[in-house]
Design a protein around this ligand. Structure first.
Ligand code: MG
Ligand code: MG
Length: 265
């Protein structure tokens, strides 16, 4: 991938603080929603919880209306990969749900995702979720000056595949700032070490690999949004916004302590 340096908008310290505030708002709303996940609650009810919190705290849901997307959240259950539209679907014991939450605050965007189980879930599902979270943190750890995209991406893909999972190709990370999606494109598969953009101080990007139990192949449902695995296998995703400093990555989408989930999510 050839990418001109000029396409990446490097952020000032002040802008990073704005992104941290937006990231915190999205992270709080996400966990407030995740705490409400239980058998019997609908995706639309979850969406309402997130939207209410974001608006009450001075933000706006930035996914809502984005190319016509109807929700505050993307709610992707079981074999849904990304962009699941909040619907009347009622969560069942044993489901897993990836919740992606975005908020705009004072002109800057936050965008963060996690996957949780509904009630008791299978060991297979638990392993997928844990591995998806670790894959994200591995990606964050390797997003540092001295590395290029291909170094980070290869590490994440190898980690996932050695554990028997695949990485989704089409849905990737991105720069984040005044726009929800900025350059560069942050891919997590099929790169070569030593290639791609260099991680440099002042970059703000999302790290959001998606792991499937089966094949990486996906299909888009007739609603034009919901993406699911082609083979029907489970999918999980975690996402943080990060800022590259000269000393390494810094996570921007950190919730306030009172919002943290029991298992450290
Ligand atoms: Mg997201
Ligand atoms: Mg994102």
């Amino acid at each position: 991938m050839v990418l001109l340096r000029e396409q990446i908008r490097y952020k000032s310290r002040k802008e990073v603080e704005k992104l941290r505030e937006a990231g915190r708002l999205a992270a709080n709303a996400l966990r407030l929603t995740a705490k409400s996940v239980k058998p019997g609650i609908s995706l639309l009810e979850l969406d309402k919880i997130a939207e209410t919190y974001i608006r009450q705290n001075g933000g706006t849901p930035n996914f809502k209306g984005y190319h016509g997307f109807p929700g505050t959240l993307c709610t992707s259950v079981n074999d849904k990969v990304v962009h699941g539209i909040p619907s009347h679907y009622v969560l069942q014991e044993g489901d897993i749900i990836a919740i992606d939450c975005g908020a705009k605050l004072d002109g800057y965007h936050g965008d963060t995702c996690l996957t949780v189980g509904v009630g008791q879930i299978s060991e297979q599902a638990k392993m997928l979720i844990q591995t998806a979270q670790l894959a994200m943190y591995l990606g964050i750890e390797h997003s540092r000056p001295g590395n290029r995209l291909g170094d980070m991406s290869t590490t994440v893909q190898k980690f996932a595949e050695e554990r028997g999972y695949s990485i989704v190709r089409e849905y990737i990370g991105h720069g984040i700032g005044r726009d929800l999606h900025e350059d560069p494109q942050v891919v997590f598969a099929e790169q070569r070490p030593g290639t791609g953009f260099r991680f440099e101080p002042g970059m703000t990007i999302t790290i959001e690999p998606i792991l499937n139990i089966g094949s990486h192949k996906c299909i888009v449902e007739p609603d034009g949004w919901t993406v699911r695995t082609k083979d029907g296998s489970l999918s999980a995703q975690f996402e943080h916004d990060i800022h590259i400093t000269k000393d390494g990555p810094e996570i921007l989408s950190i919730p306030d302590p009172e919002f943290e989930l029991e298992d450290g999510l």
